[in-house]
Design a protein around this ligand. Structure first.
Ligand SMILES: Cc1ncc(C[n+]2csc(CCOP(=O)(O)OP(=O)(O)O)c2C)c(N)n1
Ligand SMILES: [Mg+2]
Length: 360
């Protein structure tokens, strides 16, 4: 039988003097500002580079396959935002922690190191896909990896993430839930209902706003009274962190601080990763709501992959070595596309599996 809220072992918020709570509200941001970048080893840095580049090349290929009609339905690309998923997910404990996100989810799946073939097969609706070809771009899922989607209803994943965090606490498994959502989703009511309960029950959850500056065609300035999203947890006494989401070392540095805080039983943290999507909202977006110059400026001056490339070169990697990595990744992605194209579609009988079918 489920435990009632009263008998749950976890403590309700520990009573502390107001000054202490105010200190906690700002202390994570202060710690982050003091030492914003993760001190990565050369090996880790190269790994982050390879993972971000894999997402970039994979997404470019997905865009092409969409153009060829091989991907049906919606398809939202993650190009520009690579540092967010890699910086955060590289800090997870994959044996315990869970992740949930919206529909812009290919990068989060690739960040687990899952074979790109399985993800491309899902995009193209093939049996070999991670959701047996029945989820497509927006509904990737892997219970094996504790990745709970892939959700098309804006903001809904946040409340579900609250549930995942409650399960971590209830089962005392030591895990935390990483719940991603967009700047647009941040204006949904259920986000704040979840924040309230998560803070009240001190649930192990890290809320992440991937602020890519737009919700479909609407800029944050046009949609949001408070565009500094990391402040949005303050009313619920959830500490916020303002993070440069175009710098993988900064994102990872913030993850270290936030995850430690949550794992120590202090309740939720809200991280805002400031980032940018280079492509339209989805493949059918002509992106008339912003200028070409704006996009170009991000590509030229803030690109997460180019930024890390510079650091790697300073550390002694040669252009040739990095080119060879790119070549290998392009090959992996091409093979994933070939695999997907040549894989069979699900059997019609699959229509009746993995769904709730009642008998009437
Ligand atoms: C409840 C709900 N309302 C509206 C939509 C339509 N919709 C799909 S994506 C989107 C914009 C969300 O933007 P954001 O949260 O910033 O995420 P991003 O696409 O930028 O990653 C909207 C309004 C939806 N899918 N669900
Ligand atoms: Mg957005």
């Amino acid at each position: 039988m489920a435990k009632s809220a009263k008998t749950r072992k976890s403590p309700a918020r520990k009573k502390a003097p107001a000054e202490d709570l105010d200190f906690v509200l700002h202390s994570l941001q202060e710690a982050h500002e003091k030492s914003p970048k993760y001190d990565a080893s050369d090996e880790e840095m190269l790994h982050f580079y390879e993972q971000m580049l894999l997402i970039r090349r994979f997404e470019e290929k997905a865009g092409q396959l969409y153009g060829l009609g091989l991907i049906g339905g919606f398809c939202h690309l993650y190009i520009g935002q690579e540092a967010v998923a890699i910086g955060l997910q590289s800090a997870l404990d994959n044996d315990r922690d869970s992740v949930i996100t919206g529909y812009r989810d290919h990068g989060h799946m690739l960040a687990y190191g899952i074979d790109p073939k399985v993800i491309m097969a899902e995009l193209t609706g093939r049996q070999a896909g991670i959701s047996k070809g029945k989820g497509g771009s927006m509904h990737m899922f892997s219970t094996e990896h504790k990745f709970y989607g892939g959700h098309g209803i804006v903001g809904a994943q946040v409340a579900l993430g609250g549930g995942l965090a409650l399960a971590h606490q209830y089962n005392e498994d030591g895990g935390l839930c990483l719940a991603y959502f967009g700047d647009g989703a941040a204006n949904q009511g259920q986000v704040y209902e979840t924040m309230n309960m998560a803070s009240l029950w001190q649930l192990p959850i890290v809320f992440v706003v991937e602020n890519n500056q737009y919700a479909m065609g609407t800029s944050t300035a046009r949609s949001s009274a408070e565009t500094e999203f990391y402040r949005r947890g303050t009313a619920f006494r959830i500490p916020g962190m303002d993070v440069n989401g175009m710098d993988v070392l900064e994102v990872r540095g913030a993850a270290e601080i936030a995850f430690r805080h949550v794992r120590e039983g202090n309740g939720p943290v809200l991280i805002e990763c400031n980032t940018y999507r280079y492509r339209g909202h989805s493949m059918s977006d002509p992106a008339k709501y912003r200028t070409r110059e704006e996009v170009q400026d991000y590509r030229d001056t803030k690109d997460p992959i180019e930024g890390l490339k510079k650091v790697l070169i300073e550390k002694g990697k040669s252009e040739d070595e990095l080119k060879a990595i790119d070549k290998d990744i392009r090959k992996t992605v091409s093979e994933a596309a070939d695999f997907a194209e040549n894989s069979p579609e699900p059997e019609p009988g699959e229509l009746y599996t993995d769904v709730l079918v009642g008998e009437y």
